[in-house]
Design a protein around this ligand. Structure first.
Ligand SMILES: [Fe+2]
Ligand SMILES: [Fe+2]
Length: 144
């Protein structure tokens, strides 16, 4: 199976999304709890871990999509802007975290915005896949 077919298959693609969002959602819940409880050092570590998930998994996934999927399905180019915003907000959150040495309101604003954007982006991406690529990588028919 080529990379295109892997990303173009709705079930495979959805599984990638689900894996990343499950880890991000769980880490965000822990981060909010840590902040509410005033555990600032723990919150700082969690924010760093969340940004690592974003960089090493979600932004990596977005780069693979740009290279292997979006250019084959022109309608998906509308979602390119989301990837740019994700990369920008991850950079802004990491810069603020390192500069302020704490999980500031600015860091939390970016992380919460990233979560909302990712939910919407993933839904729209899978809708495009269902419409545009449903038959692109269908398995050949079994010999009769
Ligand atoms: Fe994407
Ligand atoms: Fe995706």
């Amino acid at each position: 199976m080529s990379s295109l077919c892997g990303l173009a298959k709705v079930e495979t693609h959805q599984a990638i999304h689900n894996s990343v969002t499950a880890d991000l959602d769980a880490a965000m819940r822990l981060l909010r709890s840590s902040l509410q409880a005033g555990r600032h050092s723990e919150a700082y570590e969690l924010a760093g871990a969340i940004l690592a998930i974003w960089s090493e998994r979600e932004l990596w996934h977005a780069q693979a999509e740009e290279a292997e999927l979006y250019r084959h399905i022109p309608a998906m180019s509308a979602l390119h802007r989301d990837h740019d915003l994700m990369a920008q907000w991850v950079t802004e959150a990491r810069t603020a975290l390192e500069r302020e040495d704490t999980v500031s309101a600015l860091v939390m604003t970016r992380l919460e915005a990233l979560s909302i954007l990712l939910d919407t982006h993933n839904v729209q991406e899978l809708e495009h896949l269902r419409i545009s690529a449903g038959g692109t990588c269908a398995s050949p028919a079994e010999p009769g």
